[in-house]
Design a protein around this ligand. Structure first.
Ligand code: GDP
Ligand code: ZN
Length: 372
């Protein structure tokens, strides 16, 4: 399998050798799938089944995330996995299609979480995919009707994690009305690329492919909008590759995590980008410094922040609010402001819980589905 990619270069530095095996060559790879000590890692040597160095495994239970230590105390440590699909690791190829993970490289992109599955008492979330660069927010022109409040919620999560976002409106073969086109123009003006697509007739698929190139993307959106159909349109053998991995994995120990990072191959067989298989992803973690700044997550608000009379202005009913003045002046889109208000009020209504907790988990209805 040829999977040369700038995302997984072999380490050139020959001094980074931690094993006595002179055959072994350190490699950087990306976790494709796996859990609890066994992982499929995509490398320039192909897909390797890797185990974790014992010493590392012990340390890693606490070292990955600044939040993990706290959560791990509340939960059963052994049920947490130190590594998620999408993580980049340094490994040593042991030959025979096997390798050892020597080091987990620091996470850069965003991380997705799902609710802990161990039991209802454990409200903590488990990171299931990390290293995401961008979200492809998928909606349908019709069947189901586009849900723009949900889009606004996704964009908040995207901004809070400093990810890129592409809006993909699928099923345009079913027709597009002017009202929707007008709404989409608002998002284009905010700087979010909007791709009009149809998995059925291939419209927009080349454009989408360009956006996916060189990135690790997650396709998110309500069920039925055509996420799997789009992936199949982009790469017909993708479904097959996913099932191959599942089969190969089932030969190993119990390793299924429910999420995978799948390479999209170009016509030359090289990896063009990665797509997170988002089945089972129920929420996105809000990490980083922006987590508490709902207003900042609305791009058009930013120039006005700091100009309100109250320093902690919530931009709702406070007097002399620069954001509200901008809404009244038409500089900030009214609908976007209403989305902000909904999210703000949900957070405020639940004292003791940050709005970000609500955004990240509460309103998720079913696996893979979101509701505002
Ligand atoms: P997912 O739940 O988001 O993965 O959606 P699916 O890919 O399973 O698609 C849901 C339904 O929409 C299926 O019946 C598809 O055949 C249909 N569908 C997907 N893409 C298109 C499209 O571009 N045009 C039309 N007309 N139907 C589509
Ligand atoms: Zn204000």
């Amino acid at each position: 399998m040829s999977t040369t990619t700038p995302a997984t270069p072999a380490i050139q530095d020959s001094t980074v050798s931690t094993t006595s095996d002179t055959e072994a060559e350190p490699l950087i790879g990306t976790i494709r799938e796996g859990a609890r000590g066994q992982y499929w890692v995509e490398t320039t040597h192909g897909l390797l089944l890797c185990t974790l160095r014992g010493k590392l495994r012990k340390n890693l239970l606490y070292a990955i995330s600044p939040n993990l230590r706290h959560k791990a105390r509340r939960a059963n440590v052994k049920s947490r996995d130190p590594i998620s699909p999408g993580d980049r690791v340094r490994i040593v190829d042991q030959g025979d299609g096997r390798g050892t993970i020597e080091e987990i490289l620091p996470r850069t992109g965003g991380a997705f979480t799902r609710d802990a599955v161990e039991g209802p008492r454990l409200a903590g979330q488990v990171t299931t995919v990390s290293g995401i660069d961008q979200v492809i927010a998928v909606f349908a022109a019709r069947n189901p009707a586009p849900h723009l409040r949900l889009l606004d919620r996704l964009l908040v999560l995207v901004e809070a994690q400093s990810l890129g976002a592409i809006i993909c409106l699928n099923k345009v073969d079913l027709g597009l009305d002017d009202v929707l086109l007008e709404r989409l123009a608002v998002y284009r003006a905010l700087g979010y690329p909007v791709v009009l697509a149809s998995a059925d007739d291939g419209t927009g698929c080349d454009e989408l492919r360009l956006h996916l190139a060189g990135r690790t993307s997650a396709l998110l959106g309500p069920s039925g909008v055509g996420k799997s159909s789009l992936l199949n349109a982009l790469q017909p053998e993708l479904a097959l590759r996913v099932s191959e991995i599942s089969q190969a994995t089932s030969k190993g120990r119990h390793t299924t995590t429910g999420t995978r990072v799948v390479p999209l191959l170009g016509s030359d067989g090289n990896t063009e980008g990665y797509v997170a298989d988002t089945a089972g992803i129920r929420a996105m973690a809000l990490g980083g410094a922006a987590a508490g700044k709902l207003d900042w997550c609305f791009r058009k608000f930013r120039p006005f922040l700091g100009n309100c009379r109250h320093r902690d202005c919530g931009h709702r009913h406070e007097p002399n609010c620069a954001v509200r003045h901008a809404v009244e002046a038409g500089t900030i889109d009214q609908e976007r402001y209403e989305s902000y208000c909904r999210l703000y009020d949900q957070g405020a209504a639940d004292a003791g819980r940050a709005w970000r907790d609500l955004v990240s988990s509460r309103s998720l209805v079913r696996e893979g589905e979101f509701r505002l």
